[in-house]
Design a protein. Structure first.
Length: 316
């Protein structure tokens, strides 16, 4: 009698059916253990002993059995116990980091985008876990850095007296919204000493910029009409793009001389922010109100002493 000879395709089909039964058995066992734990309540230790497994291994079975995402898409997940446990851990970490709703969505996207398939190995899932843990570390590091800056910022506000620009620069704080009101002597110094192209070397506002280029950063500089050219060069030296000029409301319909009147130049960098606000006047309180409408914290006012909530000032 001739032996029953199977083709390669027949063998593959038979093995895949066996693999499918193995995966189904894992889910059946995970579900059975989970049901037993819920019904027996505080007898988890006894259950583990009767089954001949450690409590740690029992906990892994429970992690699989209580994961509704895995239980609802059995055909899309790998077939090994280790891989299924790693996936349950991954979704748990996603939920903790992003929140349940967003975490669940990101977990399902791994399957939707074929980052995880039924053929994925444990190492594939470990790589995704590692990437997520690296992201958590980076976020934690950034949060600690920002917290330390918030503490410095709060300390400066609390102990605010006459703060020099140089002191702020040494503190390595950054500000997303800055108002600069230069003295006549400063403007004259910048012009007479040929500093128009490198004002930042004399008055280093750029050292206080936010390094995150995705953040909208605003700078307002208040000068008289005769110094508009210096104001624009200052914005450029500090890394801001000149956006517009705000001038006093004119009562006459004809062109008038504003060389002795204050104007406000607006510069920005980073992500542009759409705004359509008006400034009532060039008075300090109106400058601040306008800046708060178009920019975000932290706030800095350079050139005048003031005592307004959430604002740091510096002179000199």
């Amino acid at each position: 009698m001739l032996p029953n000879i199977m083709s390669l395709e027949d063998h593959v089909k038979k093995i895949n059916l066996a693999k499918s039964r193995v995966k189904n058995s894992i889910f059946e066992m995970a579900e059975a253990i989970t049901n037993a734990v819920f019904q027996l309540e505080d007898r988890q230790k006894d259950l583990a002993e009767q089954l001949g497994m450690s409590r740690g291994t029992l906990s892994k079975w429970i992690a699989i059995g209580t994961n509704q995402s895995l239980m609802n898409m059995k055909q899309s997940v790998p077939e090994t116990f280790d891989s299924l446990y790693q996936l349950s851990s991954l979704e748990k970490q996603y939920n903790k980091f992003y929140g349940d709703r967003e975490g669940h969505k990101k977990f399902l996207d791994l399957f939707k985008n074929n980052f995880i398939t039924p053929l994925s190995q444990r190492d594939d899932i470990n790589n995704i876990l590692k990437l997520h843990k690296d992201k958590i570390k980076q976020t934690t590091k950034k949060t600690k850095y920002l917290d330390s800056k918030d503490q410095q910022f709060s300390k400066i506000i609390k102990n605010q007296s006459e703060i020099k620009l140089a002191v702020l620069i040494k503190s390595k704080l950054f500000f997303n919204t800055i108002i600069v009101v230069p003295l006549e002597e400063q403007l004259k110094h910048w012009r007479q000493n040929g500093l128009e192209g490198d004002i930042n070397s004399d008055y280093s506002i750029r050292s206080l910029e936010n390094k995150d280029k995705n953040i909208c950063q605003i700078c307002l500089i208040k000068v008289k009409g005769k110094d508009i050219d210096i104001g624009i060069k200052a914005l450029d030296s500090w890394g801001y793009d000149f956006k517009k000029i705000l001038t006093p409301r004119q009562t006459k319909s004809s062109l008038v001389d504003i060389s002795s009147e204050f104007v406000v130049l607006v510069g920005s960098k980073g992500t542009d922010k759409q705004e359509n606000f008006n400034m009532r006047s060039s008075a300090t309180i109106d400058l601040i109100e306008y800046a708060e409408q178009i920019g975000g914290q932290p706030y800095l006012f350079a050139g005048e002493k003031l005592n307004i909530k959430n604002w740091v000032y510096c002179v000199g």
